[in-house]
Design a protein around this ligand. Structure first.
Ligand SMILES: [Zn+2]
Ligand SMILES: [Zn+2]
Length: 350
């Protein structure tokens, strides 16, 4: 199937129109017209080859909401016209213990990325959601629940599940004290989801500037990390800290804030951190963990929860041709809190 979208052609050129093929439908495949696609930091990192693995041209985008246009002969869960979604992965081995447990994101053989991966059958590169159409096996297709605002749902597929999964793994809920570091795409979802789960939620920020924003998102308070006295007073007061900061940083100010046996989960930075002292870990039996997205079942659970509670990301809608400008603004953290591309803006002539 011929389709088109926007691709990065090299690490230092702007994204530009690109025509390419989607695979012919296999019996378990769903074909969709993409309606909206969120813009994740990973898209930017991949386009600019920050992780050194990008192969060009590459079409980014893994926060995808669409409408089913065709289904393979063996598809049972979806029919033409259904609203569906695709997140960060499009396949896995489906056989290992983790896939069997519904944790395909941790597949022993490695899950297949929505873009920048290789099709498990043909070895062709996978291409993401900055495009008109997508073909995906039905097991990796999510159902967009009735009532969830299609235009705002897309960021749930990466920013949403990336913060939902650790909140569930470490059982955030009534009575638990959760802190969130970083108030970007991931951080603002961590706040909304933790509040939705009934936790007591604090935003950690360098200054008081974001206090009004934090409270508007539902957080119960903002703690200024530059305020030494307030930080001392807050020591051992959080069961779970979700660290969404997407760049190299120090955990030093944050670890003493964890309760004994508490956990700080890294979901933003992929790469080195500043040097670390084990003192607060040993003497507080505290833990540092990492967490990548979530499984398909857990992603569906999160979508259903968001529909039920009307929890939605705060989005700024852009047209496809504004993507390069959006990347530049993201580098300056100038977005509240997620760009979403309205795919209807992708002209047929592109
Ligand atoms: Zn992402
Ligand atoms: Zn597997």
């Amino acid at each position: 199937m011929q389709t088109h979208g926007y691709a990065a052609y090299s690490k230092d050129t702007p994204l530009a129109p690109y025509r390419f093929e989607r695979r012919a439908l296999r019996p378990n495949d769903v074909a969709m017209e993409i309606l909206y696609c969120g813009v994740c930091h990973s898209d930017l990192h991949t386009a600019r080859n920050d992780w050194g693995k990008s192969q060009y041209p590459i079409v980014p985008g893994h926060e995808i909401v669409g409408r089913v246009t065709r289904v393979g002969a063996g598809v049972t869960r979806y029919k033409v016209g259904d609203h569906v979604a695709v997140g960060c992965m499009v396949d896995s081995c489906m056989e290992c213990d983790l896939c069997q447990r519904g944790e395909e994101q941790l597949c022993r053989k490695g899950c297949t990325g929505t873009y920048g991966g290789r099709d498990r059958i043909t070895q062709e590169p996978t291409q993401g959601g900055y495009s008109k159409h997508l073909v995906v096996r039905e097991e990796f297709c999510l159902r967009v629940p009735e009532g969830l605002d299609l235009a705002r749902a897309a960021p749930l597929l990466c920013a949403g599940i990336t913060t939902w999964s650790p909140l569930r793994t470490w059982q955030a809920g009534p009575g638990s004290r959760v802190a969130v570091i970083g108030l970007g795409g991931l951080g603002h979802m961590a706040v909304k989801l933790a509040v939705g789960l009934g936790a007591d939620v604090t935003v950690l920020s360098r200054s008081k500037d974001k206090e009004a924003d934090a409270l508007a998102l539902g957080a119960h308070r903002l703690l200024v990390s530059a305020d030494a006295e307030a930080m001392r007073a807050a020591s051992s007061s959080f069961d779970l800290i979700i660290d969404t900061v997407p760049v190299r940083h120090s955990l030093k100010p944050y670890l003493p804030l964890l309760e004994i046996d508490g956990t700080l989960v890294l979901v933003g930075q992929i790469g080195p951190l500043d040097e670390l002292s084990t003192v607060p870990l040993l003497f507080g039996r505290r833990r540092i963990a990492g967490s990548p997205i979530g499984g398909i079942r857990e992603t569906q659970e999160m979508l259903d929860f968001c529909a039920e509670r009307n929890i939605l990301p705060d989005c700024e809608m852009i047209r496809m041709e504004q993507i390069n400008e959006a990347f530049e603004r993201m580098e300056k953290a100038d977005v509240r809190y997620r760009f979403v591309i309205d795919m209807a803006s992708l002209a047929d002539s592109d």
